[in-house]
Design a protein around this ligand. Structure first.
Ligand code: VGL
Ligand code: ZN
Length: 220
């Protein structure tokens, strides 16, 4: 039954469309330093989806030691505390994705040899970056907007970790910069701390982000 569901094999073949795989890294998998529950489960799906996209971009959380987002950098603070920094509120995290560490590597089994660009973010010691487009001060760019525009890409699909932080902030920024933005819901997993998942879903919906499922994009 070829038309029994809205399967479109052409979604990822369009040269004006890109898939952004967000922070699919060892430290965000069960056993990692900032484990996202069930995070490992999306790796096979990420591989399958990526194979159906001509343009694939990977983001990599990539913090220097002593990064401002680490609870260990703030005396008397614990992971998941919230503090105020000059650029706004900041959740404090366990040390994670330290530049060059094994935990910062991509997830074991992630296989995306045709990825065209790796965007490293959170690289400034005093500034976090959930979004793959802009750091948390909302003005320091990673350069991804320019890359996409220069390449004539106007449509973006996102998957990865975590739904409620890096995927959501990336999706809101993408939509805000005029990209037709889609989050592949079943190819993401959330941290969900303090209501963050519900808030992120509302933020994405308000920004005009569309939610799709992997079955809409690539065959099982
Ligand atoms: C992330 C918290 C801290 C993410 C990165 O990839 O969602 N979350 N750093
Ligand atoms: Zn981080």
């Amino acid at each position: 039954m070829p038309f029994s569901r809205p399967f479109s094999p052409r979604v990822g073949a369009d040269p004006g469309t890109a898939l952004v795989i967000v922070d699919l890294q060892a430290d965000f998998l069960p056993g990692g330093r900032l484990a996202v529950p069930d995070g490992h489960a999306i790796v096979p799906l990420a591989n399958r989806l990526a194979a159906s996209f001509r343009n694939v971009i990977l983001s990599q959380d990539w913090h220097p030691p002593g990064h401002v987002s680490f609870a260990s950098s703030h005396a008397g603070r614990a992971p998941f505390d919230r503090i105020e920094l000059a650029y706004g509120p900041q959740v404090l995290w366990p040390d994670h994705c330290v530049q060059g560490s094994a935990g910062a590597d991509f997830a074991p089994g992630l296989h995306v040899p045709h990825a065209q660009l790796i965007v490293r973010k959170g690289i400034h010691a005093g500034l976090d970056s959930y979004s793959t487009f802009y750091e948390a001060d909302r003005v320091t760019p990673t350069g991804l907007t320019g890359f996409l525009r220069d390449r004539g890409i106007g449509t973006v699909y996102l998957l990865g970790l975590a739904t409620d932080f890096c995927v959501a902030w990336s999706a809101v920024d993408a939509a805000g910069h005029g990209f037709a933005t889609h989050v592949i819901d079943d190819a993401c997993r959330a941290i969900d701390v303090g209501g963050s998942l519900a808030a992120a879903r509302a933020d994405m919906a308000n920004a005009g982000v569309r939610f799709v499922s992997s079955g809409d994009i690539a065959e099982d």
